[in-house]
Design a protein around this ligand. Structure first.
Ligand SMILES: Nc1nc2c(ncn2[C@@H]2O[C@H](COP(=O)(O)OP(=O)(O)OP(=O)(O)O)[C@@H](O)[C@H]2O)c(=O)[nH]1
Ligand SMILES: [Mg+2]
Length: 232
């Protein structure tokens, strides 16, 4: 069974090479696709120069488009085209530690979507400010109520999908251009009644590279959630 790990990047040159090497060393059936939006720090160029001869690493460098949402969709479409049976998405800043990948692949055997969750027993978030923790807590409450979904960590972007889940949710119709893609895809899987399982992860705040998160993105996520929930 083939697994492809999809990693969206923006200014992640301090993290990306180590992360790719850590993932490749887990298992020979795992390959990686990096979707970079032509990061000013040269993330694409670094990946290109380090892995251009490695058949297990694909790079998509987008010159004209930008955004976590559309990058994720392009990456998923690529993984499906390459014939992946399981598709994992994760951030590139080590908040999503690759050591959990074997557990994802074990749990996906009995599920369609596996979520790395901070909010189930054994999971937690480390190193973030109280304010940032509050935002995540509030966002989860809001999303759970709006989407009427019984998932404890709806904002987690560390997930594994069975191929048929991503094939059936009409990725090309998603309204999210930014980070709300995480919630939109979860909602689409929920509507399709896919089996969703949460596994505990310890989420640690990034130690290298800069955050891309800003207030506009939180507001956009709140708005987009209403949009795709009520088809506005
Ligand atoms: N391709 C692409 N990737 C992005 C974009 N924005 C963020 N990312 C990547 O998406 C992942 C999540 O972004 P982060 O900036 O870590 O968001 P976060 O975890 O909510 O916030 P911090 O860890 O505090 O920065 C990381 O791998 C980023 O490099 C974007 O516009 N395009
Ligand atoms: Mg992060």
């Amino acid at each position: 069974m083939k697994t492809m790990v999809m990693i969206p990047t923006y200014n992640e040159r301090e993290n990306i090479n180590n992360l790719i090497n850590d993932i490749l060393s887990l298992n020979n059936d795992i390959s990686v696709v990096v979707v970079d939006d032509n990061s000013p720090d040269g993330t694409s160029q670094l990946v290109e120069s380090s892995f251009s001869n490695n058949l297990r690493v694909d790079l998509i460098c987008r010159k004209n488009d930008k955004g976590r949402g559309t990058a994720g969709i392009v990456g998923f479409e690529h993984a499906l085209k390459k014939g992946a049976d399981y598709i994992i998405e994760m951030d590139s800043d080590y908040s999503h530690h690759p050591k959990y990948i074997p557990t994802f692949l074990k749990e996906i055997q009995n599920s369609d979507v596996v979520i790395g969750s901070r909010n189930v027993e054994g999971g937690k978030e480390l190193g973030r400010s109280g304010f940032r923790e509050f935002i995540t807590w509030f966002a989860n409450l809001y999303i759970r109520i709006i989407m009427r979904i019984n998932v404890k960590d709806c904002t987690s972007g560390y997930r594994c999908f069975r191929r048929r889940a991503l094939e059936s949710i009409r990725l090309e119709k998603m309204v999210s251009k930014g980070p709300s893609i995480v919630e939109e895809i979860l909602y689409a899987c929920h509507l399709k009644k896919f089996r969703i399982k949460e596994i505990p992860i310890v989420f640690e705040d990034r130690t290298r590279g800069d955050s891309t998160k800003n207030l506009c993105q939180y507001i956009d996520t709140a708005w987009k959630t209403l949009q795709f929930r009520f088809k506005m």
